[in-house]
Design a protein around this ligand. Sequence first.
Ligand code: 2P0
Length: 339
Amino acid sequence: MSTTNSPITRQSVIDQYLPKTVTPVADSMNEAVFAPSNIALCKYWGKRDAELNLPINSSLSISLAHLGTKTSISVAAGSNDEVWLNGQKLAADDKFARKVIAFIDLFRRGAEHRVKVETENNIPTAAGLASSASGFAALMKAVDQFYGLQLPLLQQSAFARMGSGSASRSLYEGFVEWQMGIREDGMDSIAAPLDCVWPELKVGLVKVSTGPKAVDSRSGMNRTVDTAHLYQSWPLQAAADLERLHNAIADKDFTLLGETAEQNALSMHATMIASWPPLLYWQPESVAAMQRIWQVREVGTELYFTMDAGPNLKLLFLADAEEQVRTFFPDLEVISPFA
Ligand code: 2P0
């Protein structure tokens, strides 16, 4: 398998859904919008198209309630675009600032005004949560408000995906499924929420390492697709897991949910490890935490984990196990996605 770059550009897709000209809506300015971070129970790993961030498999996530990104856009007072992150103005050539402005350019239609983007993450520092998911989802919502576009959420999900794949899922609360789609322009590669509320479900963040990762997930997934023969089996695994997760969510079957999420994460990591050069995001402490989780399960507490492209673990458990889980993971940050 390999990742390709579609002849269709992000701009040519978005152009079809926008008016010929856009103007900032005066009363929308500076009103911050929020998008939650999310954790995938069935992971997105591998692109079939790098320009549009079209995935090789569908994925399913859970949004993290109040943890995420708040963003506002206003007309800049000066003659340059400005990007502020957590109260600090970024240099014009900063990588993050350039990505933000490039995304806004997709919607600006050549208009003369400059923008001031203010964005704040309340994601715990280095908890191993992708800020690009909530970041691009909040930016999409802020763009929609700033230009008064009133795009349907499904279109916003498709456009946020062009910023970062996992951002397509961060437009919504609760369980969210991102359908891979089959269209070349990707307009059926969109996320939508599932109709389920599960108040007892908890997510715990285990922080193993605070350092920046050596290989970002974008490069990591491309390397896996390009070099790991094991990757051939990943789309089958993901499709089977997605079906199991739908059943688990419909029946509120926590055992099935936890087992599926954990096996899905480990299968994704297996494909990474089978890449060349090998991609191992785990630290010794990550493995120690996994072993502790398996010991906790041995003694009868239902505790599962998932992991993304980093060394940190995200625990899955039900409210009545929280006290027990905290005895094994005293520094745990616990999130109630449905509270
Ligand atoms: C996920 N990850 O489903 C998977 C699991 C990491 C591991 O989505 O290249 O930042 O911007 O589309 O969305 C992280 O990848 O990648 C991710 P791009 P993104 O949550």
